[in-house]
Structures are given as structure tokens and as C-alpha cells.
Design a protein around this ligand. Structure first.
Ligand code: GLA
Ligand code: CA
Length: 694
């Protein structure tokens, strides 16, 4: 490593009398080069219009067993269940061509469903359940294979859209005549219910952070037709909103079932509303390809094909091809093990601890699964709670830590405590992990190495920064103390929130605790299962947290508003207090300006420049302490066809979206007999399970 180090007295930096402090600050430098690691498999790049179109076909077809329901008078004919112009996947873009019906994709997940009320903040347990149940206005997962000149969100429930001449409003046309899985019409009222009573309702914290700030402060949305809504904005042509209309932030729920339970229309509390559709409530209406028909606690969730699904292949076959989806309720590590062994069908190999064994087993030519690594898009950071004005009602100790978190020297000290080489190797040896300073990932389109500041590992320099932040070991027990005026000069004690569903999160958190201890900072782990982790984070009850990053650091354009605390409730590391006030530090305010300018321009050069400024502000001021970044691999059973080459496990979305599961199929001679409810379809909402034709 070529460290540009400088002999500088920390005392000079903080204006103390020289001689008081002898430790030396090691200056920031550039990021050390990452070991070469080539992605396996290149996407076949296409334009969005090569993938699908909306049009009426001469005739439509469905699986034979579904036709029996029609014959028995239990279901309208397929042509009546489909919209006038369904979404039609083009055969030319299907890697293995049009498919055949049948079989199951067996997923294994580490999360647990809280219930089906997705838009009120219920988690379904992740791992692709919600992605398969809820469709969104636009779609981003498949963009990994879209030509850069054509890069923009794909239409989905939103068939097309048009900007007004001044760019201040956007008319969105919805697919017409599509139905929820129980046959109820999907229309603009579903969107209005979502917008008015969720996005705009501060009592509801949606899962992935959609709030008004996500669409730009002051934006509105109104129904302007049975199948049309119109957005208005306070800046001209904020194209990023089209990405905010995709997975996570704009996937409406079935208003015909939800609205009667919402506090606006009932005596329910918000908590009652959120929990009105527990996992035991079966046949919850969806717009996605599969509907939950069976739930056994800590065991399995089974979903069956949605007979009203509004997508077809170009021969008119109603999708999906796969009749069933399983989600075994186990652990994330078990997902890797089962996928490699062939008892599960799919995994995002993302826990670096499992790389070596999974690679070894997949290398066997008789292995039931294929495994392909993608780019380095899995990365972790440590975030510090920046609210100094009361979010989550901190006690005195927490408040003292938040004030430290807001101190630049403290943060520079923290980042220099982290030995990223050792941390990466504690997960997996080999060319996988790269030292990650935080912010935009190396190798992605908005990354600029020259704008990235890296504070190298140096305990000595960290000590100097901590001293500059007022922390010294006054009682000589090896741990740094607060100044006498704070908490009576007690030892600094910090809690670190981490998600115990993943070995990686746990190992990184333990690595941080150990490294902090070497630097004289006592850290206690608060390690919680996913749903509790989310609740604790969203309530602001943490000092620091370890978190696997989401797409904003990869694609940037997708949700730029996640890159800085642009609104009172948009950033997990810095939320407003009860009064709605957010106490931004100067560099955060600068970051917010940069992001707002980014959202307001569509000029590529300007955008690139703004992101350079963002990256510098983020890394120089240590907005987050980057930890490690590495590639993940998609593991998928060899019997599946139509898996797009080069599909990354994570880019614009997770692989469960990227591979377009509704057009994945299993060739007739390769089909398994794994269906648990063959010959059945989803029944009535809230009903006991699937229904039979006779
Ligand atoms: C979890 C898993 C990911 C992916 C997502 C899908 O976060 O860890 O690999 O399956 O769910 O939402
Ligand atoms: Ca001490």
C-alpha cells in the first residue's frame, strides 16, 4: 500500500498547545486497488421494447387444469380474465423460447412473514415472496440487460406516461382492464388509496422508505381517469420518480380489501391496520403471478398461480409458466446449502462465508445447480445515528454518542479503526472482497476514484482523532472516556445494531466490536432478527448499525433520494424528531443540495459532476463507514429454462426480479413432481386455502 502519510500533530489540528498530543494523523489517500475478479456471463443487451409490448392477441391459452375451472363455471374464460391489451413477452427475447406449463420453484428464506399488508409496512419475509406477489407501476430488475442509451424504467402496471411541456406534471396511464387475483378490477382508485393513505400518511412507514420525500417534497398525485393518474412536481421533469415507481416504493395494494380496515375508514389503530392480514389470512389478492394459499409457521409458504395474471407470451399463453412457488422458512445460509444440494432451486449466494464450499460443490459436473458470479455489488457499511435533536427519544448515554457521531474527528477516527483487509479475510480468503470506503461502489457507472477519499487503517491516527474529539482514557482502564462534563466522564459505550439472520452481518459486527476494542471503544452488540432489526432501526433506537447496502450505491439514478437525508423521513441514519425537524450537519445539507440538483437535471455531464461532489462529501466527511464489497453468485437448479445470462443477484433489484420469474419454465422432460397443491387455484380472500375444480 502506498500511504501518503504526513507527520502532523493532532494538537495543531485542533489548536491545542503542541506537546499535549503526540499521536499522528495519517492522511486520507486514494482507495487501494481491489483484487481482479471477473463476472461470469455477460448479459445480452437489448432495448426495453425488445422484451415486451402491450397488445391484444387473437386468442389466449391456459393450463389444462385451469380450463377445467372455467368448464366447471368457477372462473370466467381466460380472454375475459385478461386485460384488453395484456403485457406480451416477445419470444425473441426469451433465452430458451416460449415455455410449457408446470412445476415449482422451491425457494428457501431466512425471514418470516409478518403478514400481507405490504403497503402498511408488513414484511413477507423477503427472498422474493413480496417481489412475486406485488407488481409495481414500473419495473427495474431486468434493466441489468438494457442498453445504456435506452436505460429507463420498464413499463409495468403503468403502461406509458407523458410529461407536460413544462415538465411539472406527469400523466401515467395504467394497464386497462387488469384484475386482482380475486377478479376485482385494478384501477386508479387502488393508486389513490396507496398515495393518500400511505405515502402521504406520516403514521405509516412503508417497508422500503416511500414517503413524500421519495417523490420530491410537495409532489401530488390525483386520479384523472379510471385508469389514469397525474403527478405534479415542484421541479421540472424529475425523471428519477419513474424509478421510485418501481419495486419497493410504488406497488399498490388491493384497496377493495384494505380500505375498510384503514384507520381513515374504521376504528382500527394503525397497528391494527398493519396487522389486519396475518400470514394465516390466505388468498390475499395480488397483481403478481402467485397467490399465497398455504402458510405453516416456521415451515413453509406456498403460492399458486394467479388465474387473473395479466401477462402472456406471444402465442397467447397466460403466464406464469410455473404453477407454484415455495418458500421454506429456514435460514439464509440453508438457502445456499439446499440450492447447491438440489433440495432447493434458487439462491443468491451473498454470504461470503459460504463461497468456498458452494463453489467446490457446484464445480462437480453432476451438481444439480449452476452457479455464476456477478460484479461486486454486495457491500456493507456501518451507519451512525446522526439525529441530535431527539429522534427515538435517546437517553443521556445515547444522546452523548449521537453528539460524538456528529463530530467529524470522531467519525474519521472510527473509519481508521477498521482494518478492511482483515475484515474481508475474516469472511472469505481469496480475490473476493475489496476494501470499501463507503458511498458509490467501485466499478459502477457513477463511481469516480479521484473523488473518493479513503482513510487508511491506523490505530495511532484514530487515537489522535478521538483525542481531538475530546476522548481520552482518563482512568487508565484501556477504554476511552467522555470529557468530565459528559456522563461524569464515564467510559464511552456504544451499541451496534446488526441483523442476526445473516452470518455475514454477524461476523462484520463482531469484527467491528473487536477492532473498536483495540482502539479503546467499548461496543455492545444488539443483534436482532430481521423484522426486529427493521423496527429498532425505524424507531431510531440504535447508536450504530451494520447494514448491507441497497441499490442506491450501485445505480444511483434509481433512488438518488436515498443517498442523503432529503426529507424528514427518508434516511435511516438521520430522521426528523417528533416535531418534524431534522438537524442536518453542514456537509449533509450540502449533500442534500447535490441530490436535489441531481434529481432536477437530466443532463448526463452535470449528473456525473454532481455525483463526484456527492462521493467526495460522503467519503471525506465519513457519512458512513464503508466496510467491504464483494461479488455474489446466482445459484439456480439446472432444470429451469429462460434464465437470462449474466443476471446479477443484485443490481437494480434482486435476482428474483431480474430473472423475470413469470417467464421461467421447466421443459416437459425435466419437470419434477414437487407441486404440493396440484390441480388447484387460489380461493376466496381470507379463505382456508386453494380451491379445487370439482
Ligand atoms: C433477502 C435476501 C436477498 C434477496 C432479497 C429479496 O434480502 O438476503 O438475497 O433474496 O431478500 O428481497
Ligand atoms: Ca477509561
Amino acid at each position: 500500500m502506498n500511504l501518503l502519510s504526513r507527520v502532523a500533530s493532532a494538537a495543531l489540528l485542533v489548536g491545542l498547545a503542541p506537546g499535549l498530543v503526540s499521536a499522528q494523523i495519517v492522511e486520507a489517500t486514494s482507495v487501494p486497488p481491489a483484487p481482479a475478479f471477473d463476472a461470469q456471463g455477460e448479459p445480452v443487451f437489448v432495448n426495453r421494447s425488445d422484451v415486451f409490448e402491450y397488445r391484444a392477441l387473437e386468442s389466449y391459452a391456459e393450463p389444462d387444469f385451469v380450463a377445467e375451472f372455467v368448464a366447471a363455471g368457477l372462473l370466467p374464460p381466460v380472454a375475459e380474465r385478461l386485460p384488453a391489451e395484456p403485457l406480451v413477452y416477445k419470444a425473441g427475447n426469451m433465452p430458451d423460447g416460449p415455455g410449457v406449463y408446470g412445476d415449482v420453484m422451491r425457494h428457501v428464506i431466512g425471514g418470516r412473514p409478518e403478514g400481507w399488508n405490504y403497503i402498511a409496512g408488513n414484511s413477507q419475509g423477503w427472498g422474493g415472496i413480496d417481489i412475486g406477489m406485488f407488481e409495481c407501476l414500473t419495473r427495474t430488475g431486468p434493466l441489468f440487460m438494457v442498453n445504456s442509451e435506452d436505460l429507463a424504467p420498464m413499463p409495468n402496471l403503468a403502461k406509458d406516461w407523458e410529461w407536460s411541456e413544462d415538465g411539472m406534471s406527469l400523466v401515467v396511464n395504467l394497464i386497462e382492464g387488469a384484475k386482482w387475483s380475486d377478479g376485482d378490477p385494478f384501477d386508479a382508485d387502488d393508486l389513490v388509496f396507496y398515495w393518500d393513505h400511505h405515502v402521504m400518511d406520516p403514521e405509516i412507514t412503508p417497508l422500503n422508505g416511500a414517503s413524500q420525500g421519495t417523490f420530491g417534497e410537495g409532489s401530488t398525485m390525483e386520479k384523472t381517469g379510471e385508469f389514469q393518474v397525474t403527478f405534479t412536481f415542484t421541479t421540472s421533469r424529475p425523471e428519477a420518480v419513474l424509478y421510485a415507481m418501481a419495486y419497493g416504493t410504488f406497488c399498490p395494494g388491493p384497496s377493495h380489501i384494505l380500505a375498510p380496515e384503514h384507520p381513515a375508514n374504521s376504528d382500527n389503530s394503525y397497528e391494527d391496520y398493519r396487522n389486519a392480514f396475518p400470514p394465516e389470512y390466505l388468498n390475499f389478492p395480488v397483481m403478481g403471478a402467485w397467490v399465497p394459499v398455504e402458510y405453516r409457521s416456521d415451515d413453509i409458504v406456498v403460492l399458486r398461480r394467479n388465474p387473473y395474471y395479466w401477462k402472456v407470451d406471444d402465442a397467447g399463453n397466460q403466464l406464469p409458466y410455473l404453477n407454484e412457488m415455495h418458500y421454506r422458512l429456514s435460514t439464509w445460509a440453508d438457502r445456499d446449502v439446499q440450492a447447491v444440494a438440489g433440495t432447493g432451486d434458487f439462491s443468491n449466494l451473498e454470504q461470503a462465508e459460504n463461497f468456498v464450499e458452494s463453489l467446490r460443490r457446484a464445480a462437480d459436473p453432476d451438481s444439480p445447480a449452476r452457479l455464476a458470479f456477478g460484479p461486486r455489488t454486495i457491500g456493507y457499511s456501518m451507519y451512525m445515528n446522526f439525529s441530535g435533536n431527539g429522534w427515538g427519544e435517546p437517553d443521556e448515554r445515547r444522546q452523548a454518542i449521537r453528539e460524538l457521531n456528529r463530530n467529524a474527528d470522531f467519525r474519521m477516527g472510527l473509519t481508521q479503526v477498521i482494518d478492511r483487509v482483515r475484515l474481508g479475510e475474516s469472511l472469505v480468503k481469496g480475490p473476493f472482497t475489496a476494501e470499501y470506503p463507503g458511498g458509490i461502489y467501485a466499478g459502477t457507472s457513477f463511481y469516480d476514484a479521484d473523488s473518493t477519499v479513503f482513510y487508511p487503517y491506523s490505530l495511532e491516527s484514530a487515537a489522535a482523532h478521538f483525542e481531538a474529539a475530546g476522548l481520552t482514557d482518563t482512568d487508565g482502564d484501556g477504554f476511552l472516556n467522555h470529557p468530565a462534563a459528559v456522563l461524569g466522564g464515564a467510559n464511552v459505550q456504544v451499541t451496534l445494531l446488526s441483523n442476526n439472520e445473516y452470518a455475514t452481518d454477524g461476523n462484520l459486527a463482531e469484527g467491528i466490536v473487536a477492532m473498536m476494542e483495540e482502539a479503546g471503544i467499548q461496543v455492545a452488540l444488539n443483534s436482532l432478527a430481521g423484522n426486529d432489526f427493521d423496527a429498532t432501526r425505524d424507531a431510531g433506537r440504535y447508536d450504530w448499525m451494520v447494514r448491507r447496502n441497497t441499490s442506491e450505491y450501485i445505480t444511483v439514478i434509481q433512488r438518488p433520494t436515498d443517498l442523503a437525508p432529503v426529507g424528514p423521513q427518508t434516511a435511516w441514519m438521520h430522521m426528523a424528531n417528533e416535531a418534524g425537524e431534522i438537524d442536518l450537519m453542514d456537509f449533509e445539507a450540502e449533500m442534500v443540495d447535490v441530490i436535489n440538483a441531481f434529481v432536477a437535471t437530466n443532463d448526463p455531464t452535470e449528473r456525473a459532476e454532481l455525483m463526484k461532489t456527492y462521493q467526495r462529501l460522503h467519503t471525506e466527511n465519513v457519512y458512513s463507514v464503508g466496510l467491504t464489497a464483494y461479488p455474489g453468485a446466482l445459484i439456480i437448479n439446472k432444470r429451469f429454462s429462460n434464465i437470462p445470462p449474466g443476471a446479477p443477484i443484485f443490481m437494480y433489484n434482486w435476482a428474483e426480479d431480474n430473472i423475470i420469474r413469470e417467464r421461467v419454465f421447466v421443459a416437459s422432460d425435466a419437470q419434477s413432481d414437487n407441486e404440493l397443491h396440484p390441480g388447484t387455484l387460489p380461493g376466496a380472500p381470507g379463505g382456508t386455502g386453494p380451491m379445487m375444480a370439482n
